[in-house]
Write a protein that binds this ligand. Structure first.
Ligand code: XCC
Ligand code: SF4
Length: 630
């Protein structure tokens, strides 16, 4: 449906918070380009059974649903009750999310192996110091060996983490003893990445998992295999290949697109593709071709988490988050949107068909109908990347200048805080941070992570919550699309210290850092785990004792369920802004929202109102402070 000028403006203000996004939502509405918000509208009313988690479509005796009011069926055909159906559905979602992170890890590790063996085109070992220290952590003998040999052995050792023979995940040893003791006691020490995920799938097969508690306890185990296994390996293998991030300045919002350049957006999650696109865009031949086509250069722009990867390491500007993928196309200024996988709307090529934009898909796992498919393989990575950039450059003359609108000015932000660089900024130990927390200058910390979701006005949850937290002297770290929301709002600049409470502001000013630290992509939530583990070890406590909280105000993805669960399993309370589909079972809710606390020192809470969420987070932090007698 096409909107007139006034209704489009009004609607755009309901859908998005930032003026740059509002401008393009309005443009899309006026041009009749369908976006996720329109599709959400068409889905109303969404299925009530589904929302409560009470619908099961797992086997051919079904689909079954449980009547939440108790007058209709209480059990599915197989005999499953509400508790089991809800818990199985949740484990299903979680396992999918854990698989996504971990399969991404496997691809990066395979490239590490192929790089070590000289079979990957365009890649090199960048952080060899990290390579050697992690190899040593794995018990590999590094003395006198060339880097390539160590990388080969490390890659093979990491691939072992996926299997079922070794039965131990190396990086769990990074967790403080008190935390791992809890895992052992509860029987959730993850054994192997694939093993726990396959185990999850096995449990949800009809006739296996029948006890909702058992199903959910396994969910914790599978999530730990993601956080301390898959995701952590994805982060570290990427650091070895592409460098460990350090702080730098960049820009964010759709205003980073450039009117006179070829705009290439890299969207998805895996840096093995986007890193090569960045390289290819510097190729003199392609730059020459761009100038022949009338462009003043090639502008690579990140989107979603592959954007975070490039941002962390190279400061490549970012167009935005999940909900910006269609808006970026609707600017009319994008020559190519190159995607790998995850968070890529399946209808993206149809959106692009309204403009000259070419959607280029690159992974055999994520073939997008209507898109150009240029399969990306490590052996020919740079060649394919050049072909992709060439396709974009050749598309430049087809851009219709009358339909182009690049909104506003890009916002600047500071990015690239790896655990190592935070420790470095503090002078090599966490003591200054710990002292500031003990003295109360900093009350505690919150990890605000995750997506956008069209069910919430875009960025409103992130920005309101984070602004409120820093006012209360709560240091914030961010990953994923959350960082873009707050970056657009100016919260990731050192000057944002002025918006923080006095104590936090003075610490930030002394260190020259923002009150909101950008720690990377969603797999980089593992950097937060490492930060927490290092701080807890320095104090001599478990992660569950620290005055920290996790929050995902606008999450949508199954991956976010896995992330939330591994934080809770590691002892960090998690506050969600979007209710998970569990409210059809009072028992499941009670387990996740309260009983877990006795088992792992943390639980889940749901609070859609970001101001109330800030209250809740503050009280959870104060509770943990009390436990530490501070
Ligand atoms: Fe996707 Fe990772 Fe969520 Fe953003 S934050 S919508 S998962 S891109 Ni990861
Ligand atoms: Fe129905 Fe049970 Fe089959 Fe689910 S597993 S569809 S509840 S019969």
């Amino acid at each position: 449906m096409q909107h007139d000028v006034f209704s489009a403006k009004e609607e755009a203000q309901k859908r998005a918070t930032h003026p740059t996004d509002q401008e393009i939502v309005e443009k899309a509405l006026r041009e009749g380009v369908e976006t996720a918000w329109d599709r959400l509208e068409k889905q109303q009313p969404q299925c009530g059974y589904g929302q409560l988690g009470l619908c099961c479509n797992r086997c051919a005796m079904g689909p079954c649903r449980i009547d939440p009011f108790g007058e209709g069926p209480r059990r599915g055909v197989c005999g499953a009750d509400a508790d089991l159906i809800v818990s199985r559905n949740l484990l299903d979602d979680l396992a999918v999310g854990a698989a996504a992170h971990s399969d991404h890890a496997r691809e990066v590790i395979e490239v590490l192996l192929e790089t070590a063996e000289g079979r990957a085109q365009g890649y090199r070992l960048t952080d060899v110091e990290k390579l050697r220290s992690i190899a040593a952590e794995y018990g590999l003998d590094t003395a006198g060996k060339p880097d390539e040999e160590i990388a080969r052995e490390l890659a093979l050792a990491m691939l072992e983490e996926f299997g079922t023979v070794k039965n131990r995940i190396q990086f769990t040893e990074r967790a403080p003893e008190k935390t791992t003791a809890i895992w052992k006691e509860l029987g959730i020490m993850p054994r192997g990445v694939d093993r726990e995920i396959v185990g999850a799938d096995h449990r949800i097969q009809m006739g296996v998992g029948a006890d909702y508690t058992n199903v959910l306890v396994h969910a914790l185990r599978a999530s730990l295999a993601d956080g301390w296994g898959g995701s952590m390996m994805a982060t570290f293998a990427s650091d070895i290949l592409f460098g460990t991030p350090s702080p730098k300045t960049s820009t964010v919002n759709l205003g980073v697109l450039e009117a006179d350049k070829v705009n290439v957006i890299t969207h998805g999650h895996n840096p093995i593709l986007s890193e090569m696109i960045v390289l290819a865009a510097q190729d003199p031949e392609l730059l020459e071709l761009a100038s022949q086509k009338g462009a003043k250069g090639i502008n690579v722009v990140g989107m979603c988490c592959t954007g975070n990867e490039l941002l962390m390491r190279h400061g490549v500007p970012v167009g935005g988050s999940l909900l910006d993928q269609e808006l970026a196309i609707a600017t009319g200024a994008v020559e190519a949107m190159v995607v790998d996988y995850q968070c890529v709307f399946p209808s993206l090529a149809e959106t692009a068909s309204c403009y000259h934009t070419k959607v280029i898909c690159t992974s055999e796992k994520a073939v997008v109908p209507g898109a150009v498919y240029l399969r990306f393989a490590p052996e020919s990575a740079l060649d394919t990347a050049k072909e992709i950039v060439r396709t974009a450059v050749e598309n430049f003359p087809l851009r219709n200048p009358d339909r182009v609108k690049i909104p506003g000015e890009p916002a600047s932000f500071t990015v690239g805080f790896s655990e190592e660089s935070i420790r470095g900024a503090l002078g090599g130990s966490y003591k200054p941070l710990i002292d500031a927390i003990v003295s109360g200058q900093i009350l505690g910390a919150a990890g605000v992570v995750g997506c956008n979701n069209p069910k919430i006005k875009m960025d409103h949850g992130h920005v309101t919550l984070v602004s409120e937290l820093i006012k209360r002297n709560i240091l914030v770290v961010e990953t994923g699309c959350a960082a873009y929301a707050c970056g657009k709002a100016g919260l990731l600049r050192p000057e944002a210290a002025d918006m923080a409470g006095e104590g936090l502001a003075s610490v930030c000013k002394a260190l020259g850092v923002p009150p909101v630290l950008h720690m990377g992509s969603c797999v980089d939530c593992s950097r937060i785990l490492n930060l927490l583990a290092a701080v807890a070890k320095e104090i001599g406590v478990g992660i569950g004792d620290l005055p920290v909280v996790g929050a995902a105000p606008e999450w949508y993805s199954q991956k976010a369920i896995s992330i939330g669960a591994y934080f809770v399993a590691s002892g960090v309370n998690v506050v969600l802004g979007i209710p998970p589909k569990i409210f059809g079972s009072a028992n499941v809710v009670e387990l996740l929202a309260s009983k877990l606390k006795d088992l792992v020192q943390a639980s889940f809470a749901v609070e859609p109102d970001p101001l109330k969420a800030a209250d809740l987070i503050e009280s959870l932090i104060r509770e943990k402070r009390k436990g530490l007698n501070i």
